[in-house]
Design a protein around this ligand. Sequence first.
Ligand SMILES: NC(=O)c1ccc[n+]([C@@H]2O[C@H](COP(=O)([O-])OP(=O)(O)OC[C@H]3O[C@@H](n4cnc5c(N)ncnc54)[C@H](OP(=O)(O)O)[C@@H]3O)[C@@H](O)[C@H]2O)c1
Length: 348
Amino acid sequence: MGLPQNSPDEQQLQVGSLANGKYNAGCLPQDSPDEQQLQVGSQANGKSNAGCLPQDSSLKWWSKETIAVVTGSYKGLGYGIAKELAKQGVTVVLTARDEERGLDVQLDLFNKGFTNVVFHQLDISHPKSVSRFSTWLNEKYGGLDILVNNAAILHVDTIRDYQAAKDCLDVNHYGTKRMIEAMLPLLKASPEGARIVNVSSEYGRLQWLTDESLKEHCSALSTEDQIDALVQRFLKDAKEVEDGRMEKRGWAIEYPYYHFSKLCLNAYTRYLAAQLMNRPEGHKVFVNCLCPGLLRTDMTLQEEKLLPGGVTLATMDEGVDTPVWLALLPAAGGPSGLFFYKRKIMEF
Ligand SMILES: NC(=O)c1ccc[n+]([C@@H]2O[C@H](COP(=O)([O-])OP(=O)(O)OC[C@H]3O[C@@H](n4cnc5c(N)ncnc54)[C@H](OP(=O)(O)O)[C@@H]3O)[C@@H](O)[C@H]2O)c1
């Protein structure tokens, strides 16, 4: 039924082969010509998170003073990422829209020994919530080192109307962008560089578009204005296509709103990385996006076809592996503006 399954390995690209590619030209570290140099530690098979982070302690650049913010982290993948970052010794700001739920989870983690997890309410689709969060973060920690944009929504396929399309873009693309814009001035200067990790999806890739010229257009998006113009075109189509079959206009067949929102997030990741590329040493920001694999979470439990029988699901450890790896990569002029799956670079 056309939904992405586990990505075939042959689609995975080597770092070297993308070095002069369309999407990331100039964003790759010049001195990292091969994939090997992008591995942290020795394990990259995504089998288990345990022990896959730097075994060489000289590569460990972070400490309890390192501040990581994870959006939508009281459950699902976000919770897994927050817990793993805390396990690695980083101070984690766990966030949730619902204050009570977030505090409960923080208390539970505290009782399990994670004293380095703090909670603050955050709804990325509400400018006031984001601005309250920024003020608090700045006052409490003077900023952050790592931002993991995990929060997102997916409407089931039976809900297809203009409002659903708008809601999805408001959270997944504009909400994430709002967070990035609010956090950018708060990213701490450090020799290691700050990191922005955008949790995207294999199902945001260009290959799911049904029109070749649209695919080409989307692959060349390189400014905010271009992305915004495309969003307007998409929303116009969502309004006009009364039965919600967005493929009539070249968009994805299934979950077109979710697909497009992640496509925009990917394009924004490329754009942002290019914008931030020439920052001076000490002020570097590495921004990448990734697919965690297909996971059993509230998002995918909504509809049977999201978790089709016979498909091997990723474990939570596997899902957590790539985002945490990207968040904690050694400061080797690290990758930026790329899309990862199981620690490998994928085409957008
Ligand atoms: N599950 C998969 O197979 C899969 C595959 C590929 C990519 N992903 C991506 O992985 C990420 C995590 O998804 P998940 O599977 O863990 O789903 P999930 O369990 O539904 O978690 C989504 C999280 O986002 C939060 N959220 C939604 N709207 C928000 C808003 N406006 N402000 C702040 N937080 C908000 C949710 O909080 P509330 O409960 O308050 O809504 C929840 O904490 C998403 O970016 C998703 O697109 C998942």
